[in-house]
Each structure stands twice: as structure tokens, then as C-alpha cells.
Ligand binder design. Sequence first.
Ligand code: PHE
Length: 458
Amino acid sequence: MVRRETWATRVGFILAAIGSAVGLGNIWRFPFQTADNGGAAFLIVYLIAVIAIGLPALLAEFVIGRRANINAIEAFRRINYSRWSFAGAIGVLASFWTLSYYSVVGGWVIRFVYGFASGAVLEMPSSYFTDVAATGVDAVALHAVFMGITILIVALGVEKGIELATKFMVPAIVVLLLGLAAYAFTLPGAAEGYQYYLSPDVGAIVADAPSVIPAAVGQALFSLSVGFSVMITYASYLSGDDNLGTDGLSIAIANTFIGVLAGAVVFPLLFAAGIQPGGDLVGSGGGAGAVFVGVTTALANLAPTAARVVGVIFFGTVLIAALSSSISLLEAVVSYLVDNRGVARAPTAAGLGVVIFLLGIPSAMSLEWLGWFDGIAVSLLLPITVVLVVFFVGWVLGPEAVDEIRRGTRGGGSLPTAWLWWVRTVLLLAIVGVLLLNLNDIFLTPESGYYIVPGPLR
Ligand code: PHE
């Protein structure tokens, strides 16, 4: 048997995991979720969800992955609970499913990079997204390009592809976003953007709790790449005795920091241009168009050269972030076939990539379909996987999970045991609650969300 790959360094693993976590979720999904769910109120609930739900669940995935050192489906068998393999399989399915529309959005980003480079976007800033970029043959073609790049990196392997790529990508994202945030700070009207973003209306959280809380939890988990078997897969390439707790904490902190930083770029830009997040933007192609339309309209107010430079930098940053996530989604699926069927990595990545591309075509043809795919992924597949993983780690693995967390630490005091009890009780109940609320929305009150199955493609 071929020796299974591993990360070359601990930092390599952490950066790859940060690269997976930081992506369109932070820059594209987060602002419109915030706008749809009451602005700063959402930010607070999201931050709590990251700490109370996201981080402990991330550690649960790490435990499974490192204990088993094999792909997310086989992992359960390897640690002697083969009956639980379906939990990993649902996660892998979630990755497969999610990449199909994630890549469509990645295609839009490519479109905006060159649209700004050529200046074409600036000729029609408010309608470029809906009229040119969002749907149609070009959207399909650019979805193919985005998948192509993703396939190439994954085909190169864990160390020479994913680790090497993310080693450059993550620092680049941070530097570019810091530059953009500093720039946004200088804009007149930026203050209003910060205010919207940073002053929560606690009344709104309480009034809308049944919809704000599940949305925030879903966003926290999606943003940390939890519930997709991705973090199980990445942790399975760990060979040494890393401290999983501190690794998880660094990843959660970096992801939150970059997410909040992205908000500090996007919201001032919108307000400086007099655009209300939510309101106007929802009309322009649904929430999915918010960042594209908003940022573009905002930049169109600048002198043309400045607008083009800032636009290319902004969407270039988003593109890097999107790719460092899409490779993790593909890797979660590829690793299963490579480990279990012994097929070579490159053809596997290419073959799967093509199938995922085909699955994404409806999303590239219609925004309703894209919204529906996103709804099923984040409101259904993700929480189902997390309920199973959390139950498994808490109640089935139990003390064994605590041993795994302690490995590579000086014992960690009583923290690992506290974590286990948290996972068994609060985390499990919370995520079951979220799943039930979502099921209620999907099956009993579909008009509340984007769960109505869209009509056939025209
Ligand atoms: N966390 C990524 C983002 O925020 C998306 C993602 C989800 C990546 C699940 C991998 C797995 O964009």
C-alpha cells in the first residue's frame, strides 16, 4: 500500500485549516446573513455561537480525524465503530453538494476580478451582477474555471498542493484585507458603517431569536468548515502529537478575526456609498448578490483608476479565500476514494470535479437554485452531520475522546473533561434544537426561507 500523505509541518496544518475556514462564508455569506438578521445583533449571536458551538464541535471533528488517520468515512471503522460510518458519509455528501454552488460563486468572483481589471464592471455597477455575471453561459464557464483551479491544487496532493498553496494564501488574505480595511476607514461615511455593524439592538435579538439563533449557529459552523467532514479529513493528515485544543483555538480566532475584518471592509464601503445593507440589496438578485452589487456600486463612486485598483484587490482577495476553502471541500471527497479504492489522486480529483461541476449547473443558471442548494447544505446536511458527530464523540467515544484531546498536551488539567461534558449536554442539545427549528422551516413553513424547490430551469 502507498504510504498515506501527511502535513509537512504543524503550521502547515493550521494554515490549511484556516484557509478552509476563511472563505466565501466570511466575505460573501456573512454580510448578507448579517443584513438579513438584524445587523449587529447577528454579529453578537454569531460570536457566541463560534465560542460555544463552533469551537467545541471543531475539536470533536479533530478528535475523530487524528485518532483514525484516515478519511472521514473509513475513520469510524478504524476506531472500531463501523456502524457510525454513515455520519462521515453525510458530511462527505455535504462537501460534495456544497462545492457545487460554492464554485459558482467562485466563478462570479473571477468575473469581477477581470471586470474590474478591464473596467467593464464600472460601466454598469448596479446591474453588472444580475445582468452579466450571476447566471447564464458565462457563469457556467467561469464555474468550470474555478473548479479547474480547485482540481489542480488538490491533484498536487496534501503537502505539495494544499499545504503549499495555503501557506501563501492565508498571509496574503490577511495583508490584503488589512490594507482594504485601512482604506475603507478613510472613506467619508465609514463611521455609519461601523455603527451599523458594531452597535447591537438587543431587543431585535430577543424578538427574532427563533430565526436569528439558528442562522447564527449555521453561519458559525459553516464558517469553521464544521459539519462537512472537512476538518475530520484535515486532522487525519496529522502525524505528530499536536495540541488539538490550541490548534482549534488558533483556527477559530483567526477565522473570526478575518471574518470581522471583512465586515470592517464591506460595511463602511456600503455606507460610504449610501447603500443600506438588506433593503436595496435584497432586491438586486437576492442576498447572494449583496456583496457583489454593494461593493461594486460603492467603488463606482471613486475615480475610475482608483476604483479599478481597489476592485481588483478586493475581489482578488475574495478569490484566494474562496480557493483555499474549495480545495478542502474537494479534498474531503477525494480522500475517501484515494484511501479506500486505491485510485490515483489526480484522476480522482479530476473525475469528481467534473461531476461536481455538473451538479452546479442549475446554480449557475438561476439564483433561486443557488439559494436552494445553500439552504439544503447549511440548514439540513450540516446540522445532521454535526448532531451525529457530536453524539458520537460525546456519548460513544466519550473518555477515549478526552484521551485524544490530552495527547500532545501536558494533560490540559480539567479542560478536556469539561469539554466532553459540554459536548455531551449543551452542544448536543443546542444543535438538535437548531436542526428541529430548521426542519420545521423546511417542511412546515417553507415560505419562511429559501427552501421552496425552485421551478425548472428556463
Ligand atoms: N468555511 C468556508 C467558508 O467560510 C466554507 C466551507 C464550508 C469550506 C465547509 C469547507 C467546508 O467559506
